[in-house]
Design a protein around this ligand. Structure first.
Ligand code: GAL
Length: 365
C-alpha cells in the first residue's frame, strides 16, 4: 500500500542511492514488505473508440482483481493531454503501480518523472513509451512480425514470388506518435521493398515514405479520406490491386473509400486489404469477402502478462521477460515480454477466433 511503499522507498533510499532511482520498480517489494494484496494499480488506456482497448482494459482489471488488487482504469480518448492529467491524478490518488498504453509516446516524460519521484513502477503496455528512464518493463507483441504477416499475405495473394505483376499497391501506416507504427511498417516494407524495386509492385500515388503514409490516431475516416484522394488522383484509368493497412479501423475506412469508388463488383474486384486486431467489424468483413486478412493478437494473454509483471514488481520479484534488447526507448533498452501474433483470413478465422474463444459463431453472423 501507499505507506508500505513510502517506507520501503525510504529504507531503499537510505541503504543505497544507486538502487533506488531507475530500478525502483524492482527493488521496492520483497518478502519483508508483506503482501501487495489490496494495493491499487492504475491503468491508463488510449481510447474507448476502438474495440480492442476495451478488451484490454477489461482483461487487465479482471486479472489484477483476481490477484487481490484494486484497480483504477482510465481512458484518455486519444487526447495526449487528457492522458497526462489522468496519470497525474492516479499518482495523486496514491496508486502503487501504473500500467500505461500511451497515446503519444513522447508526451509522458514529465508525468513519469512524478511517478518515479513517488516510487511508482511503470509498465508500458503494448506501445513503448519513449525518451524516459522511468519505464520499468514493456509487454507487447512481436510488432515487426505483425507487419511481416501483412506483407506476406499480399505477396502470396498476388503471386509475387511466382514473378506475377506488375500490380498497383498503396501503403498506409498507423499514427506517427505511436512507437509501434514504425515496427509494423518496417516489418512489412522489408518484405515488400524488393518487389517495389523490381517494379512487380507499383505505388501510383508515389507515397512510399513513412511520413507520407501515417494516419493520425489510427483514425478510420482519416484513412478513408486519404484513400479517396489517392483513387481520384492516381487511379482514374487504373485499378488498385492491394492496400497495406496496419490496423482494422484503417482497413474499414479504406474499404469504404474503395466501395464508394465502385470497387467490389465482378468487373472491379476489391484489392487485397490487410489489417490488424481482429476487430468484430473486420472479421465480419473478412467473412463477407471484403477485407482480406487481419493479424490477431491475443489480448487476454497480453493483459495477463502485464498483470503478472505488476504483481511481481510489487512483490520484489523480477518479472519474466523474453527480450532485453529489441525495444530501446532512446534512453534505455526496456526489458520486454513479447507475444506472437497470428495471421487470420477466411480460411482460419473459425479455428483461431471462434475455437479460441474470442467470438462466438453467433456474434460473427
Ligand atoms: C497500436 C496497436 C494495434 C492497434 C493500434 C490502434 O498501438 O499495437 O494493435 O490497436 O494501436 O489502436
Amino acid at each position: 500500500m501507499h505507506n508500505r511503499r513510502a517506507a520501503l522507498a525510504a529504507i531503499a533510499g537510505a541503504a543505497s542511492l544507486a538502487l533506488t532511482v531507475s530500478a525502483c520498480g524492482q527493488n521496492m517489494g520483497g518478502s519483508s514488505a508483506g503482501s501487495s494484496k489490496g494495493d491499487t494499480i492504475g491503468i491508463a488506456m488510449p481510447t474507448q473508440a476502438s474495440e480492442r482497448w476495451l478488451t484490454d482494459g477489461k482483461s487487465v482489471v479482471k486479472d489484477l482483481q483476481a490477484k487481490g488488487y484494486k484497480t483504477k482504469l482510465v481512458y484518455g480518448e486519444d487526447h495526449p493531454k487528457t492522458q497526462v492529467s489522468q496519470i497525474e491524478s492516479l499518482i495523486k490518488q496514491g496508486v502503487d503501480a501504473l500500467i500505461i498504453a500511451a497515446i503519444d509516446n513522447k508526451s509522458l516524460n514529465g508525468v513519469l518523472q512524478q511517478a518515479a519521484d513517488a516510487h511508482i513502477p511503470v509498465i508500458s503496455y503494448d506501445r513503448l513509451i519513449l525518451g524516459t528512464k522511468n519505464v520499468d518493463y514493456y509487454v507487447s507483441f512481436d510488432n515487426e512480425q505483425v507487419g511481416r504477416f501483412q506483407a506476406l499475405y499480399i505477396i502470396d495473394k498476388l503471386g509475387l514470388e511466382n514473378g506475377k505483376g506488375p500490380f498497383n499497391i498503396e501503403l498506409f501506416a498507423g499514427s506517427g506518435d505511436d512507437n509501434n507504427t514504425k515496427y509494423f511498417f518496417d516489418g512489412a516494407m522489408h518484405l515488400l521493398q524488393p518487389y517495389l524495386d523490381s517494379k512487380q509492385l507499383v505505388v501510383r500515388s508515389g507515397q512510399t515514405a513513412l511520413d507520407q503514409v501515417t494516419t493520425l490516431r489510427w483514425d478510420g475516416p482519416t484513412a478513408q479520406k486519404r484513400m479517396s484522394g489517392i483513387l481520384d488522383e492516381s487511379y482514374r484509368s487504373k485499378k488498385v490491386d492491394a492496400v497495406l493497412s496496419p490496423y482494422d479501423g484503417i482497413s474499414i475506412g479504406i474499404l469504404t473509400a474503395l466501395k464508394s469508388d465502385g470497387y467490389g463488383s465482378d468487373s472491379k474486384p476489391l484489392p487485397v486489404v490487410t489489417g490488424q486486431d481482429a476487430e468484430l467489424a473486420s472479421v465480419k468483413s473478412i467473412i463477407a469477402g471484403e477485407q482480406s486478412q487481419t493479424v490477431y493478437k491475443d489480448l487476454r494473454r497480453l493483459a495477463t502478462v502485464a498483470a503478472d509483471m505488476a504483481d511481481d514488481v510489487l512483490n520484489g520479484k523480477t518479472p519474466t521477460v523474453n527480450n532485453r534488447r529489441a525495444y530501446n526507448n532512446g534512453v534505455k533498452a526496456v526489458p520486454a515480454y513479447l507475444l506472437q501474433p497470428t495471421s487470420v483470413d477466411k480460411t482460419n478465422y473459425e479455428y483461431v477466433l471462434v475455437a479460441g474463444g474470442d467470438y462466438t459463431a453467433a456474434e460473427l453472423k
